[in-house]
Structures are given as C-alpha cells and as structure tokens.
Design a protein around this ligand. Structure first.
Ligand SMILES: *Cc1c(COP(=O)(O)O)cnc(C)c1O
Length: 403
C-alpha cells in the first residue's frame, strides 16, 4: 500500500484539504516528513503541542500509564483524572472539573450547564446566550452556532435557539443586547481563529460587570489561550477578570485528546447525576499525559519563558517587516502571535504559509489576513531564530510573486 497524499482523496471525507507534506516524526520543535525533509514547527498542531513533539515527560507518562490501565468509563473514578482535577482546581478560580475529549465538547458542557443553571435558578425565559462575531467555539451544532461565523454554522438545518452575536470589543452594542433573560455570555479572552484579537481592558471588565448586573454566567473559552499560551497559566489571570465557567483543551493534553470544563461548586451542582456525560471523558491515559503537561507548563520558568520568547518573536518579525513591509501589525499575547498583512496582501495570508512550508517552516493562518504562530512554549531560541530565517525567505518569495 502506498501511503501518500493521493490516498487522502481516495479514502477520506473531503472536509479538509491538507498539504502534500506527510510528517512522520517529531522531536521538540522539529518535524520530519516521509522524505526525511526537516521542518521547524511554529504551528504546534494548532496551539496543541505546548511542549513540542515527544517531550520526555509526556512520553514517560504515556508509557507508564499505558502499562497500568487505559480505560474505565465514568462508572468508576481513576487516579490520573482525580490528580489532574485537583491540580486544575488548586491552580485556578474553580472548585469542580468535568472532563471531555475536545474543546468543542468542553464548550458543549459549559453551554448545557449554563442553560440548566438558568432554568433551575430563574426559569425558562432565561435562555439567551450572547457570543461574538468571528468567535470560534468548536464544531458541534450547539458550539458552532454559538461561534460567530455563519460560514461554519449554516447549511445544517434548524439551529439551537436563542443565541445572538455582537462585535468583539464593542461594549456599547453588548450592553444593548444583554438583559435579565441572558443566561450566559461565551467569549474567548483573546480571539484566536477570528484573527488573534486581544480584548481591551475596558471591554472585558465591562462584560464581567454587565454579566454581574444581569445575573448572567460568564464563560471563558480558553481552549486556545489556556495552559500557558499567553504567558499566564490561563489568560483570565492576566486580564484580572474571573469567569464563572472556563473551558480548556488543546494544550491541556500536549497532543493527547482531552478537554475540561471547570467552574464553581454553586454552578456545578446543576449538572446532577445523569444530566451529562461522555464515554471517554476523564480517560486515564489522557489524564496521565495531561497531568505531566500541566506540571511541566505550570512553572515560573516555562511561563516567564513564554514572555521572553514572545519578545524574540516580535523582534525578529519586526526586523523582517522593516525590510519587506508586508505586515501592518504584529499582535497577540505570549506565544499566540498574529502578523496582520498589509492592504496589498489582503486575503493572501495563506500564501505566506505555503511559501514557509516550502522553506521548511510550519506556520498557521487565522482567517485570510493573519499569519499565525503558535509554537511550543519551550521552543529553543535557536529554533526561533532558524525558523525566522526560513520565514524571511518565504516572505521574500511572496513579495517577489506579487511584484
Ligand atoms: C480549537 C478551538 C475550539 C475547538 O476545539 P476542538 O478540540 O477542535 O473541538 C474551541 N474554542 C477555541 C477558542 C478554539 O481555539
């Protein structure tokens, strides 16, 4: 059997259009494809591989747990899940944890919990969910409807009801929408897929205050920002705004599928026995790997390292841009960085990604106008420099092609 890109078109559902490159091995921030070509990884599996590829602490946790017990179901508790839950609770505002297998599932749980809470404590009329244009919360039907891109939610028939959207960073229009019938507000504390957009302090604090005023739950979707990505363990800690419910996935497992919803005892109690669940949620293998990732990331060395590496990324990107003038802004926080293309390259962010791949660098886009970098939180500075040298060649190619 020949395993190549052509086989994808033959046997896979066509909802993705992957690159021709098929990676087979990774170590730290370097990846090798089937032909042995080496890449520097500034994509981190879309902000997932927070410790790069095959980090020894994660490999050890996987091997150790792999020889003990793999799966039990929620009919029985397991040690890795209990340990990880305790660590999440100790490190955050939360008292309770629900484990899922992905970001979308963690958000689905958060939204269902919010609706239950509102029904139990106020009544049927309190069902409105407010979210934000360009927001992204996953691909289940509930979460994709709460997400702010109709391109992802249209075409699947009738949607879950009473979900409205307004513009991110527009406190006035948010204020006009929220009422005592608002059940919850779901927001990313830095929009990722929507283009790497940070909230202004006035906006995010204003959203919190208005939620308090109208007795609505504030849900922070930290699926992309969580577990050290912004230089804080969770982004809310750097914003000085505490949500009522928080969801975390992506980097939580460092590459192993897991998600979690965390909240307070008062709110959690509305998800009573039998109201929600997941066969794999809290799987011992996933939790053992996530525990190792969490222990490794949640240290002063790694978190302050993220801030230092952000500075190096910004410096090198600015140097490239001084020469080629292709970006209007470098934005984001920590190692969630967006380079916004200038008017001349509008809609062409993907060209930079494709050119970078050709020069041995993996990167991402966030929408059509932003090149996104979400590398390992412990990427060595030498790999950042080498990766940026490759990116400069890619930028030169794009400039030449568009001249
Ligand atoms: C990636 C992402 C999700 C979806 O996570 P999945 O694991 O793909 O379901 C949800 N919210 C945000 C902010 C994300 O970045």
């Amino acid at each position: 059997m020949t395993i190549n890109r052509a086989l994808f078109d033959e046997v896979m559902v066509p909802n993705y259009a992957p690159s021709a490159v098929i990676p087979v091995k990774g170590e730290g921030s370097r990846v090798w494809d089937q032909e042995g070509r080496e890449y520097i990884d500034f994509a981190g599996g879309i902000a997932v591989n927070c410790l790069g590829h095959c980090h020894p602490a994660l490999v050890n946790a996987l091997k150790e747990q792999g020889e003990k017990i793999w799966h039990l179901s929620n009919v029985m508790a397991n040690e890795p899940a209990l340990r990880l839950a305790k660590k999440l609770v100790d490190a955050t505002f939360a008292d309770k944890v629900y484990f899922a297998n992905s970001g979308a599932e963690a958000n689905e749980a958060a939204l269902k919990l919010a609706r239950r809470w509102a029904l139990d404590t106020v009544g049927e009329q309190k069902s409105q969910i407010i979210a934000f244009n360009k927001g992204f919360h996953g691909r289940t039907f509930f979460t994709v409807t709460v997400g702010g891109q109709t391109a992802y939610s249209d075409g699947f028939g009738p949607k879950p009801a009473d979900i409205v959207h307004t513009d991110y960073n527009d406190l006035e229009s948010f204020k006009a929408l929220i009422s005592d019938n608002t059940c919850a507000v779901m927001i990313e504390p830095l929009q990722g897929e929507g283009g790497i957009v940070s909230p202004t302090a006035d906006f995010i604090k204003g959203v919190r205050a208005l939620c308090d005023q109208h007795n609505a739950l504030l849900i922070f979707d930290e699926v992309q920002t969580g577990v050290g990505r912004t230089g804080d363990l969770y982004a809310y800690q750097g914003l000085d705004v505490t949500p009522d419910i928080l969801t975390t996935a992506k980097a939580l497992g460092g590459g192993f599928p897991i998600g979690a919803m965390i909240t307070t005892t008062e709110i959690a109690k509305h998800l009573k026995v039998g109201t929600h669940g997941s066969t794999y949620g809290g799987n011992p293998l996933a939790c053992a790997v996530a525990e190792a990732a969490f222990d490794t990331v949640n240290t002063e060395t790694v978190l302050s390292g993220v801030k230092q590496k952000e500075a190096l990324f910004r410096e090198l990107l600015t140097t490239i841009n001084d020469k080629y003038n292709v970006f209007s802004e470098i934005r984001g926080k920590g190692l969630l960085i967006g380079a916004v293309v200038t008017e001349q390259y509008k809609g062409k962010a993907k060209e930079f990604l494709v050119a970078a791949t050709a020069h041995g660098l993996m990167s991402l886009v966030a929408g059509a106008d932003v090149v996104r970098f979400t590398p390992s939180l412990v990427i060595p500075d030498t790999d950042i420099r080498e990766g940026m040298a490759r990116f400069e060649k890619a930028v030169a190619d794009v400039v030449k092609a568009n001249a």
